[in-house]
Design a protein around this ligand. Structure first.
Ligand code: HEM
Length: 562
């Protein structure tokens, strides 16, 4: 019997079933690869240095299965090896990493390259088309409307909210005396409480169970989005929908959106009732122009931040110095509702909800991580903590009085400490943009093609020895005026820069000064863990996966000279 006769009919059909589809898939992949090689994206992308890419997969294996801690190490290694412009292929997706301030300026300072990368889509079910992820005309008009709600006069009206909540977290931390604990838990809790009040007007007194549930839901949602960034399979909606994370996300979003919608509805009803009685709240313009003669700070109001960020040319510097003090306090939500009702801005209730949700997210994880890093660093660098406390003592003595806005202007060394901490541990370590047009950058005249995703490595830029003499040493003097004045503006971008920079920058700095000074007036931070033991994770927000572990001791309210 011949060999062919030996093969049974069912074996032949099985061969056909497996073999032909395989040939078809392989041919399809090969044709795709050939087509890809001819594309402009591919040709321009491959002129940029980067690791050897496999057909179809590109460099995906370099990141496959890596934990967030490993990813940050891989990114730094490749950037050290290939230089300031590095390309990588994730399948057919081109990523270009930039770490030279001159190149970064071309992207961030542009009015054209303002679209966010597709990775930001994980926020969409939560934030909708809010400021962080929207693009085009919608982003432009909302930015124009929201930036003025962060006017320094409006921020000043939040000083008491910052004080009360800072005092309250100090009381809560008392139970940790003598133990090693994760200070991020406390910083995260107080940040959400402050945001509930400043963004939505929900105070401790008016806050019922739903306020607490909301705070927990915001924290858990951040966690799910973190998971979707670093667990590769969760990136695909088709898979994510069948996981327990999806069910959890649905429940959390019901809580978050339920509360925001309820608050907006109640506030709108109240606004209409008040209006009928002739009670009309002040407009954003009125609040921004208001002058309080009693503080007399006009010429004194410039801070280090004004110098450090002055080269950004963003929309946050509307003549703040002339405006001092404000008596009325309105949450961002009230201001947006008011401007929609009085016809100044065209914004629907749904859009207001998206913007409030966005502020709750953006304002939370960033400042919680920022404040936690500062407290850990001060626990490690005792001599710097002593200097910070001496400055605080010179402002407050041993009193327990709350901080005023004027006090925050005197916290010059603390401000340098905050800036230095944001340099070494920027809460947003990466900024990603999708290019819709080709763009030429100064480094080697490379042309970055439309369709590529540009990833700006803030963490790496901040540790460039060309701009910081000892980049890995925590040294607040990096922000002495003589050291900042000639430094490239884009070598320090914790809040991003240009038209899409952080709208909450001034809010964040003011809040951090009050919160941190209140904690330090009551406790001495202590840490046995040194910086080289920090385990950092690369993610949307830079955190320590080993936890922000510190100890606290009661503060002896005396200056070091006593
Ligand atoms: C230390 C604290 C903070 C840091 C380091 C920080 C950093 C940033 C960065 C880097 C961006 C740009 C993100 C990107 O392009 O992908 C951004 C955007 C933004 N931030 Fe912040 N942020 C902080 C605090 C806040 C606070 C407190 C708020 C609000 C209360 C806020 C609201 C926003 C909003 C709404 C955007 C989007 C702006 C736009 O696209 O036009 N941020 N932030």
């Amino acid at each position: 019997m011949s060999v062919v006769e030996d093969i049974q009919p069912y074996q032949l059909s099985a061969t056909r079933l497996v073999f032909y589809p395989l040939v078809l898939v392989a041919t399809g992949l090969w044709l795709f690869y050939r087509w890809q090689q001819q594309s402009k994206l591919y040709k321009l992308g491959n002129k940029i240095p980067g690791p050897l890419a496999l057909p179809i997969l590109g460099n995906a294996l370099l990141v496959w299965g890596k934990s967030p801690e490993q990813l940050i190490r891989v990114a730094i290694e490749y950037s050290n090896y290939y230089g300031n412009v590095v390309r990588a292929w994730l399948g057919s997706k081109l990523l270009i990493f930039l770490t030279d301030p001159n190149d970064v300026e071309v992207i961030l300072n542009s009015q054209v390259h303002i679209d966010k990368a597709t990775e930001y889509r994980f926020f969409k079910p939560w934030l909708g088309e809010g400021l962080l992820i929207s693009s085009g005309e919608k982003w432009r008009s909302h930015r124009k409307m929201i930036a003025p709600t962060f006017h320094i006069n409006i921020l000043k009206s939040f000083v008491n909210v910052f004080n009360q909540n800072s005092r309250s977290v100090v009381d809560k931390m008392k139970g940790e005396m003598g133990k090693v604990f994760d200070v991020h838990d406390y910083m995260s809790g107080v940040t959400v409480d402050i945001l509930l009040e400043t963004a939505m007007g929900i105070t401790k007194e008016t806050q019922d169970e739903s306020g607490f549930d909301y705070a927990m839901a915001v924290m858990k949602m951040c966690d799910i989005i973190h998971q979707r960034h670093y667990k590769f399979w969760l990136r695909f909606d088709a898979i994510f929908k069948f996981t327990s994370f999806f069910k959890k996300q649905k429940k959390l979003l019901d809580i978050i959106h339920g509360l925001t919608s309820k608050v907006i509805k109640n506030k709108k009803e109240k606004y209409i009732q008040n209006k009928a009685q002739g009670i009309i709240p002040p407009t954003i313009e009125e609040l921004s122009k208001e002058n309080d003669d009693d503080t007399g700070l006009a010429n004194n109001a410039k801070t280090l931040a004004d110098t450090v960020f002055k080269g950004y040319r963003d929309d946050l510097d509307f003549n703040d110095e002339n405006d001092v003090g404000v008596k009325k306090r309105l949450a961002f939500l009230d201001l947006m509702l008011e401007s929609a009702q009085n016809g100044t801005n065209q914004i629907t209730d749904h859009e207001i909800k998206e913007e409030v949700d966005t502020i709750m997210f953006e304002g939370h994880d960033t400042t919680a991580a920022g404040s936690s890093f500062v407290l850990c660093l001060l626990g490690i660098h005792q001599e710097i903590q002593t200097k910070v406390y001496d400055e605080i003592y010179s402002i407050f003595g041993d009193s327990d009085r709350p901080a005023t806005f004027e006090d925050t202007l005197q916290m010059k060394y603390l401000e340098r400490v905050i800036f230095e901490s944001l340099r070494m541990y920027p809460p947003v370590p990466l900024i990603a943009r999708k290019l819709n047009h080709d763009v030429k950058i100064p480094t080697n005249g490379y042309v970055l093609p439309a369709g590529a995703t540009v990833v700006i490595g803030t963490y790496k830029i901040h540790r460039n020895p060309k701009y910081y003499a000892n980049p890995t040493v925590f040294d607040p003097d990096n922000f002495l005026p003589e050291n900042t004045q000639n430094r490239h503006y884009y070598s320090y971008i914790p809040f991003s820069a240009g038209p899409r920079s952080c709208v909450g920058r001034k809010y964040a700095i003011l809040k951090l000064k009050i919160l941190l000074s209140t904690v330090l007036r009551n406790y001495k931070m202590v840490s046995n863990i040194t910086e080289d033991q920090f385990v950092l994770q690369a993610d949307i927000i830079l955190k320590r996966t080993d936890g922000f572990r510190v100890q606290i001791e009661p503060r002896q309210k005396v200056p070091s000279s006593a």
